[in-house]
Design a protein around this ligand. Structure first.
Ligand code: ATP
Ligand code: MG
Length: 305
């Protein structure tokens, strides 16, 4: 359903000189950020530093007081982008707190963006597409008929992901996706995000306080402090950085309550089920020359055993 012209060398998101203020309170000043296509960028920073406001500005949900924002090569602040809904159609969002419609079932929630953007689609097709996304998010088919209040916290997050994927987006925005999940649920959710990102070639803008999420699935980290992005760097480099915001991350990591050891990586098949056959682990397959990783995606050279 991708409708945005994709020139692969243009970044997925380019923010320049962004200014956001609420009255006297300046949240962002001269903020620059570039998100590359196909990466998971972790956006971190103290509470109130403006992570969610940044996301809302990129999504066109609030008009900044200055600066420019390009999404998938399109000027996000232009009237044309707003009218054509090009960006809206190519982005999926999981808001902080989930925000599912409480009176609609999971399948109906996932159908909402489909009905809005493709009103001519027959209803049974909308339902089938919605159920496909429900299953892709690791929920059982029976979850489709449930109301959000009948789901666990982790299941609600998965339903939120299913809705975010409804329009087959190129870009996925996740605001604190693992907040409120128990450590095992959070680790499984991290795996789901990574698996979906690789399988669908998504670019992911991931706001998190969860250092396990940051270090286990993010390619780069952008640190928000002092009203701007202080540094955007590969996670490993930012951990050893002497920049104050980054030092906080590495210090926090040492002090933070740790998740218990992660369950085995979830790589194949149903994302809820761990990979039971160790021979199928991508590392082993790669060592045997059975698979090749190209552009972050796994390509099989031969039939799997
Ligand atoms: N609609 C609004 N009106 C007035 N002030 C706002 C509004 N939205 C956000 N703010 C203010 O902007 C600042 C940044 O808010 P934001 O929600 O982006 O923080 P955050 O970094 O996402 O924090 P957290 O980690 O707690 O979610 C806060 O001081 C907040 O009070
Ligand atoms: Mg926030």
């Amino acid at each position: 359903m991708s409708a945005v012209p994709a020139a692969d060398d243009t970044p997925a998101i380019r923010v320049r000189g962004l200014r956001n203020a609420f009255g006297d309170q300046v949240v962002h000043e001269d903020l620059d950020l570039e998100v590359r296509r196909g990466e998971i960028i972790g956006v971190v920073g103290g509470s109130g530093t403006g992570k969610s406001v940044l996301m809302r500005a990129i999504l066109g949900l609030r008009e900044p007081q200055g600066g420019s924002i390009e999404v998938l090569g399109v000027d996000a602040l232009s009237e044309k982008a707003r009218e054509s809904k090009l960006i809206e159609r190519n982005t999926g969002v999981l808001f902080q707190g989930g925000a599912l419609f409480s009176s609609l079932t999971v399948a109906e929630n996932v159908s909402v963006p489909l009905k809005e953007h493709y009103p001519d689609l027959p209803l049974d097709m909308v339902h089938d597409l919605a159920m496909l996304k429900v299953r892709m998010s690791g929920l059982g088919a029976d979850a489709g008929a449930k109301l959000p209040s009948q789901l666990s916290g982790g299941m609600r997050k998965r339903a939120g992901i299913a809705r975010a994927l409804a329009l087959d987006p190129d870009l996925l925005f996740l605001d604190e996706p693992t907040a409120g999940l128990d450590p095992i649920g959070a680790a499984a959710f991290d795996d789901l995000i990574r698996t979906l990102q690789r399988a669908l070639g998504l670019t992911v803008f991931l706001i998190t306080h969860d250092l396990d999420t940051l270090y286990s699935i993010c390619d780069r980290v952008a640190v928000l402090a002092d009203r701007r992005v202080l540094v955007a760097a590969p996670c490993r480099r930012s951990r050893s950085s002497t920049i104050p915001g980054c030092r906080n991350i590495s210090t926090a990591r040492a002090d933070a309550p740790r998740r218990p050891p992660r369950p085995r990586r979830l790589e194949h098949g149903n994302p809820r089920q761990p990979c039971v056959d160790r021979r199928l682990h991508p590392r082993r397959l790669r060592a045997r020359g059975a698979v090749r990783t190209v552009g972050g995606q796994i390509h099989h050279r031969e039939e799997l055993p």
